[in-house]
Design a protein around this ligand. Structure first.
Ligand SMILES: [Zn+2]
Ligand SMILES: [Zn+2]
Length: 167
């Protein structure tokens, strides 16, 4: 069986057009993907445009360059990461130790149960529990009295337990 050369030529023309069409669709898809991907990683319009230009100008090699250079974390992952960091800091805060006897104390404790040292004071404005090193109340902004003197300021107050424990 011999193939008609005209038929072969037509076949190659059609295949050629398929190739061109495929390349154009792939090019558009790649640009779209890059745009979506960079949009999840940065909010800066300039970065987004630069990232999208790579596949527009360079096609697939542009995507490779983009993959190498793109920000590692998406905005979602960034958010998750900061949440985890925050949770970790909170955990650390919960497992603080008494500044006087170094026994573990909990975040909501006002006094160390072991040595009776006052660990936290109460804000005179809103009643929020304050850590000694704080200069002002984070809730109402009231100045904390003698916060900069550290240890002694809260030890000296440790006689009035009953009043301060009725929170
Ligand atoms: Zn203690
Ligand atoms: Zn306050």
């Amino acid at each position: 069986m011999t193939l008609d050369p005209i038929f072969l030529q037509k076949l190659f023309t059609i295949l050629g057009w398929y190739g061109v069409l495929f390349a154009i669709v792939l090019w558009l898809a790649v640009i779209r993907w890059t745009w979506q991907d960079i949009s999840r990683r940065t909010e800066r319009p300039a970065y987004r445009l630069l990232a999208a230009l790579l596949p527009v100008l360079l096609f697939l090699p542009g995507v490779l360059i983009y993959l190498v250079l793109r920000p590692k974390m998406t905005l979602d992952e960034n958010y998750q990461f900061s949440l985890e960091e925050e949770a970790l800091l909170q955990t650390l805060d919960e497992y603080r130790v008494c500044p006087a006897c170094e026994k573990p104390i909990q975040a909501n404790w006002t006094f160390c149960p072991v040595c009776q040292t006052r660990i936290r004071s109460k804000c005179s404005g809103c009643g929020e529990l304050l850590i000694p090193e704080w200069a002002i109340c984070p809730v109402c902004g009231r100045q904390v009295l003698s916060s900069s003197t550290g240890g002694n300021s809260y030890i000296s107050e440790h006689t009035d337990h009953s009043r301060d424990n009725n929170r």
